[in-house]
Design a protein around this ligand. Sequence first.
Ligand code: GTQ
Length: 345
Amino acid sequence: MSEQLGTLEELPQDYRDAMSAAGVAPLWPMMRNVLPHGAPKPVTKPGYWAYPDLRPLLLRAGELTPVEKAERRVLVLSDPGRGTGAMQATSSIYLGMQLLLPGETAPAHVHTPSAVRIIVEGKGGFTVVDGEKLPMEEGDLVLTPGGEWHDHGHEGSEPVIWLDALDLPLFVYLEGSYAKEGPLQAQRNRPDASQVEYLSAGLAPSRKSGAASRRYPMMRYPWARTEAALLQMARYGADGIAELDYVNPETGADVLPTMGFTAMYLAAGQSEAPPLRSSSSAFHVVKGRGVSTINGNVIEWSAKDTFTAPVFAEINHKASEDAFLVRIHDRPLQEKLGYYEERAR
Ligand code: GTQ
């Protein structure tokens, strides 16, 4: 194995010109860029977005740009490693903070990427997915899987703000990202599946033999239940830490093909040093306060803040108050590609 590969500059100019003219280039000067030794070299840098900084900017967007002019009134959280305007927070995860004002609707559309909302603030917002009206309460996780029609509405009296997480970068990379517009959906006359069919973990509606189940049977994960489940786990665990993955209640699989979501609880004073993971991640703080170090960057976070970690990041969390976070990651995608990995520290 040679350590030092040949460079472009070593090659005679006439040869380089001839290669360019023929539309080819030598691999060896670029080999290590695409196949670095031992571990990837991510472009992504740890990012941190304090909610008190984003909120007034988003509310101002509400004054400056009517929803009709925006379709989705969103401020995109750009990876600092790629610069402002980058449509991605990590290699595979897009994050945006979306505002809907009372009485507004965000028109119905369907697209190839999947989206997930984590509700940050406000009452009365809802998303309709495939005819099912999903209330948006603080901390709820709401799925709008790729290929499902969705529109957003607002019946309350205060602004509603939520965090969008999409696997959009992947679809852009694949040149597979597009949307179709349509009329607002007729809503089914019943509460969403989290309130009707999947009220309790371990219980799923019984079906006639052979009856097909829906691909996405439950699209809203109410926060109140997530928090109660985390606290109950932590109560009977050893160390004041609990993690729960959001799963499809019919299959136990991750909720979406590409993105995974994990609810985390760290009791005040607890710390956690997860293994180095090949997945990139974003952390959204639902409640509490603490400090995380991501590749040496110290991030002091509190409720409603968001921060990110590149692949194989060294991550340390410490809660100064009881803290609840949702980790958004791309493990499901990496497992499908057969390379998800965790390395001990
Ligand atoms: O709410 O459907 O942040 O389509 C970006 C693209 C939100 C949405 C985003 C979208 C949406």
